[in-house]
Design a protein around this ligand. Structure first.
Ligand SMILES: NC(=O)c1ccc[n+]([C@@H]2O[C@H](COP(=O)([O-])OP(=O)(O)OC[C@H]3O[C@@H](n4cnc5c(N)ncnc54)[C@H](O)[C@@H]3O)[C@@H](O)[C@H]2O)c1
Length: 404
């Protein structure tokens, strides 16, 4: 039986509920002691009790990744469309809910996954924070910047362990380039997210929100937030931004009625270092090339291509290049980052991103919950909030071209 942070904090007040759920007296005594002393009880190697709020495409994806990890029990599934929660419960066992608060009150969870569309955030996070339950939140953290700020302040005040699903930061290729760019500072970067319309009309009933500005926070926030997250990690703080757009149906003339995304959004970011990046997004290029990201520093260039972020790394005199086999599949610890910097003899190297970033990010979150230590997490809520300050801030200036 595992204990959640909520248990640790709630102590006596929660003990009756816990007894009803089968916690034995000795463990309850530990909880009450820990609660009284303010100490942290390590969940250790016991099975973690997890729940998922939002059982759509990504809820399923996280269930699949979590089911590959040892000592995990999926106890509860919540969705406003209960048939979706039932589908996941059917796969792994667990109880079905249509209300996040009731689920968090009843399921005695060690951690919760919030896998909701951008417009649906708020209730689930507040409920988890009030009950001191660590949260994994799928990106982006919301479509409403003031709500994200409010939740960010609550997370900070509660010192709650959080992780946000910008999973590309866990990729070996991205970590490898980030390692190099820590000392060879980037001067310029270009990212693109290019596709045709994201949905066929027959799919609209279930995922129409992906075509709508207000419910996604805009296409730039919903998709290119991944690139902004990486660029912030590589290039530091953004100090100015501007944006231009081609409005809905400028090119996508045949788009369905629900569609009100910009056809094109092009954003320029200036970093405190003086470096500049462009991030360009279109859903009006049917033969679009998916995702690309090129980062240029004084002595190194990293070209990432595809959803997998395959890496083509070019270096002056081979500085910083290593063969791919030398590079660890997962970092030994984030604190040991410097250990992996080496000087090699290659001038160019291709690195395929074969790693399963969803599994790695889930493993990192589970490790953090077990240890009560966020050290393995790449993007916390506070970090993701800085990305949302940029991506949702962009929505305010699109179409004006004014500098923010
Ligand atoms: N990390 C990635 O690469 C990646 C990829 C795709 C999507 N996403 C993100 O994941 C999030 C979820 O996307 P999805 O594709 O799973 O969407 P989806 O529409 O397939 O699933 C969302 C589910 O949430 C449910 N829901 C909506 N409001 C709810 C509420 N208030 N309470 C409980 N359930 C509610 C819906 O009924 C639906 O089943 C989005 O923010 C999306 O941007 C991330």
């Amino acid at each position: 039986m595992a204990f959640s942070l909520r248990d640790r904090v709630a102590g006596d007040a929660h003990s009756n509920t816990l007894k009803e759920k089968g916690y034995d007296r000795a463990r309850l005594a530990i909880l009450v002691l820990a609660s009284a002393s303010g100490g942290v009880v390590s969940v250790g190697e016991e099975s973690l009790r997890l729940g998922i709020i939002g059982c759509g495409m990504m809820g399923r994806r996280h269930l699949e990744a979590l089911s590959r990890l040892p000592d995990i029990k999926l106890m509860a599934f919540c969705d406003v469309l209960t048939e979706r929660a039932e589908e996941l419960a059917h796969r792994s066992g667990g109880t079905v809910y249509d209300n996040p608060e009731r689920m968090l009150d009843e399921a005695a969870l060690d951690a919760v996954y919030v896998v909701l569309p951008p417009f649906a955030h708020g209730l689930a996070e507040r409920a988890a924070i009030e009950r001191r339950i660590p949260m994994f939140i799928e990106k982006p953290i919301g479509a409403d910047l003031s709500l994200c700020r409010e939740i960010g302040a609550m997370v900070q005040e509660a010192h709650l362990l959080t992780s946000v699903g910008y999973h590309n930061r866990y990729r070996r290729t991205v970590r490898r380039a980030g390692d190099i760019f820590r000392s060879d500072r980037p001067v310029m970067a270009c990212a693109t997210w290019t596709s045709g319309l994201p949905l066929a009309p027959e799919q609209l009933t279930s995922r129409a929100w992906t075509l709508q500005r207000a419910r996604t926070g805009g296409r730039f926030a919903e998709t290119a937030g991944h690139s902004v997250d990486i660029l912030r990690a590589f290039m530091g703080k953004v100090v100015a931004m501007s944006a231009f757009r081609a409005p809905p149906r400028a090119f996508n003339r045949e788009a369905c009625q629900e569609y009100d995304l910009d056809d094109v959004e092009v954003v320029m970011l200036q970093f405190a270092s003086g470096a500049v990046a462009t991030v360009s997004v279109t859903v009006a290029a049917q033969a679009g090339a998916g995702t690309t990201l090129s980062v240029f520093a004084g002595r190194h260039t990293a070209h990432f291509s595809g959803w997998e972020h395959n890496l083509h790394l070019v270096a002056v005199d081979g500085e910083g290049c290593r063969t791919d086999e030398d590079y660890p599949a997962e970092p030994p610890s984030w604190a040991d980052w410097d250990h992996w910097r080496r000087t090699g003899s290659l001038s160019q190297v291709e690195a395929g991103a074969s790693d399963d970033a969803f599994t790695i990010e889930n493993r990192a979150f589970i490790k953090a919950v077990r240890k009560g230590d966020p050290g393995s997490i790449c993007t916390t809520y506070a970090d993701a909030l800085e990305t949302s300050e940029i991506t949702l801030g962009i929505a305010n200036c699109l179409g004006t071209g004014r500098k923010l």
